[in-house]
Design a protein around this ligand. Structure first.
Ligand code: GLY
Length: 378
């Protein structure tokens, strides 16, 4: 047995780390259990905070949650940077979604109309206007949708800052695998057991194995390049039917992503996937071939039956925060705040209530929350 804690968190990705920090700020004693904290999906993610350009028809409830979390980001970043003494690479320079042909342009126009109906800010631009904003864009770009409210952050710097802030707030980090959990204990690979007032499972795509909740890993390949000043803002487009995005950072990093593959727990890096990402990014931004190639990687998004998170209390008393799928970095502030409220003895806040694990059974059926349940869009 090690010293008991108020909260034991299994999973040291951004969701687990942010919750640990927030819970410690509330005066709770916290331990985070992870044999390689921050090295899962948080390590590979590009860090887009893009509720509008990633909005999909029929996912209006999730859009409401995404917008809520995006709205929390400025204060979250300011507080975290002050607490950790480090920058998290938060960029508010916006996102430009571009179209290469008449069909893509029609899709962008339809998306723009949809966004207008939901009261979301976006501007439809000509190809020339797009190239004025981003001179590296291909001459073949026909149109674009500028979304100034879709931002980005550097997930690796975010993870490091959360670790430092948590450490300074008194969080204990245990570099081990959790082999068993109950509502009041976590057993570690070396056989020791931590007694805890509450146990939170925030282990990304490994959470279903710990809980019996439905879910699956969704693989994403990402390529990291270096090229200062290449882009001012995130650029994305659909090439041959596949989404590609290019995210620049203030330190010169340029991240290209991402494939969406159902391959189980495979994180091997495949030449064909890297080739296709570079080929598609090159169609949007031909000058990309001049940049330095730094890293190719693949991570596993935690998928849920309806692509929305599962956050709340399980029937057996354990707490869970998983299923963030394509929005884990974006949903970090709202998830950490909601789970901390629960861990401190409160109720799941209204904004998160539709995303309780109660909506899915252990057999994989689900009822997606409706827009009304999640509240207004804006
Ligand atoms: N949110 C981007 C991705 O999951 O690829």
């Amino acid at each position: 047995m090690t010293a008991p804690v108020d909260v034991a968190i299994v999973g040291g990705g951004v969701i687990g780390l942010a919750t640990a920090w927030r819970a410690a700020q509330r005066g709770l004693s916290v331990a985070v259990v992870d044999q390689s904290a921050g090295r899962g999906a948080s390590w590979i993610a590009a860090g887009m905070l893009a509720p509008v350009t990633e909005a999909h028809y029929g996912e209006e409830a999730l859009l409401g949650l995404n917008l809520d979390s995006a709205g929390r980001y400025p204060a979250f970043v300011a507080e975290l940077e002050a607490a950790s003494g480090t920058s998290v690479g938060y960029s508010t320079s916006g996102t430009l979604a571009v179209a290469l042909d008449a069909g893509d342009r029609a899709v962008l126009a339809e998306l723009h109309a949809y966004q207008q109906r939901l009261g979301l800010d976006s501007d439809l631009l000509s190809g020339r206007e797009c190239r004025t904003l981003e001179p590296m864009l291909a001459p073949t770009v026909r149109a674009g949708l500028l979304v100034t409210g879709d931002h980005s952050v550097d997930p690796r710097r975010l993870t490091a800052a959360l670790h430092t802030a948590g450490h300074r707030a008194g969080v204990r980090f245990l570099e081990q695998q959790a082999t068993a959990t109950t509502s009041s204990s976590v057993t570690l690979a070396d056989g020791t057991t931590i007694a805890a007032g509450s146990v939170l499972l925030a282990a990304g795509c490994w959470t279903p194995a710990l809980t019996g909740l439905p879910g699956r890993p969704v693989k994403g390949h990402v390529v990291r390049l270096r090229g200062a000043g290449f882009l001012q803002r995130t650029v994305r487009g659909v090439v041959r039917g596949f989404d590609v995005y290019v995210v620049p950072r203030d330190d010169g990093e340029v991240v290209i992503g991402a494939t969406v593959e159902e391959m189980g727990f495979d994180t091997s890096v495949r030449v064909g996937c890297v080739y296709e990402l570079l080929r598609d990014a090159h169609e949007l931004l031909p000058g990309i071939t001049e940049l330095e190639l730094v890293e190719c990687g693949a991570g596993l998004r935690p998928g849920s039956p309806d692509n929305a998170p599962l956050v709340g209390r399980l029937a057996d008393g354990r707490f869970v925060a998983t299923g963030h799928y394509r929005n884990g970095i974006l949903l970090t502030p709202v998830t950490a705040d909601a789970v901390t409220e629960l861990l401190a003895g409160g109720q799941l806040p209204a904004v998160m209530a539709p995303f309780s694990p109660d909506r899915v059974s252990a057999h994989g059926t689900s009822a997606a929350p409706t827009a009304t349940q999640a509240g207004s869009m804006r």
